[in-house]
Design a protein around this ligand. Sequence first.
Ligand SMILES: *Cc1c(COP(=O)(O)O)cnc(C)c1O
Length: 347
Amino acid sequence: MKSLKELVRPNIFTLKPYSSAREEFTGEASVYLDSNESPYNVPYNRYPDPHQKRLKERISKLKGVDPSQIFLGNGSDEPIDLLIKAFCKPNEDNLISIEPTYGMYQVAADINNIAVKRVPLTVRFELDTNALLQAADNHSKLLFICSPNNPTGNSFKHNEMIELINAFDGIVVLDEAYIDFSSQPSLLAYLHKLPNLVILQTFSKAWALAGLRLGMAFASPEIIAILNKIKYPYNINILTQEKVLEMLKNSDTTAQWVKITIDERQKMRAELEKLTIITEIYPSEANFLLIRTPKANDLYSYLVNHKIIVRNRSNIALCNNCIRITIGSTAENQQLLRAIKQYQSFT
Ligand SMILES: *Cc1c(COP(=O)(O)O)cnc(C)c1O
């Protein structure tokens, strides 16, 4: 890894961030007349804690990392965008990404005018470590991987990811949005050994809180400090901070939901295996299954006509005729299976 000073954009390295009233005075007082807030409609009249201290302390215990290693954002979207802003000079630097993968890395790069070097996975959706490293040049500041990967559903091998992180000169962003559904543990335990690793997780999937928009980034305190410097000062609103704290109190419920989803995933796989029109069901460590069928567009349209929406991934690299199916409730899954069986009986 190059030094952080070499990797961070110089204007960001020297940036003096906005200092809010709540940062300049951090003690407890009885009268707050420093932020031009309204005195009415308590407690939403007040600006939220810009550093989400209580929430980070809770997450710190849950994940076994220090609060200084946690960044919280408006979904994972925010840290993805901020990492690009912090490290990639528009029109000059580039980032490397696997293909196929989550579409947001490309969009965030496009918005920031950063070229993306896309390196295909192997036909079995494994990492091509050599090709990824060969794609890197002196301007490759970030490398995005996603494990379990969306839309392929598989996890990459720990030793291959660690080898890649050690060999890459820039920052590796590992998106673990689906880690709670995986049989493989998170790479969080290796964070202290890998100073160029950023891990992304989210409350949108296993925690069932997509509507609140809360994403997490875990990294060295130095990288987290850079993200904090460039975020909007009050990026996480009071309602989100309170609701997530409440959900964290019943993490047993979340664990139960995850267990049921994994169970439903196995049941769905077993049922789909019986259908002749499904020619492939890829291994999944996530809350969805990627399947292949001879006429994916036809099946997709048939399901839409029956008011069932799945994700047609037919047009993306290596996923010709593939459809991604989210694992829903038992009733939803049964409805989908009935519809596919009906479709099969017509073709
Ligand atoms: C769903 C998903 C996310 C979650 O994004 P949020 O902005 O946190 O809702 C992140 N990464 C991947 C790969 C996903 O599929």
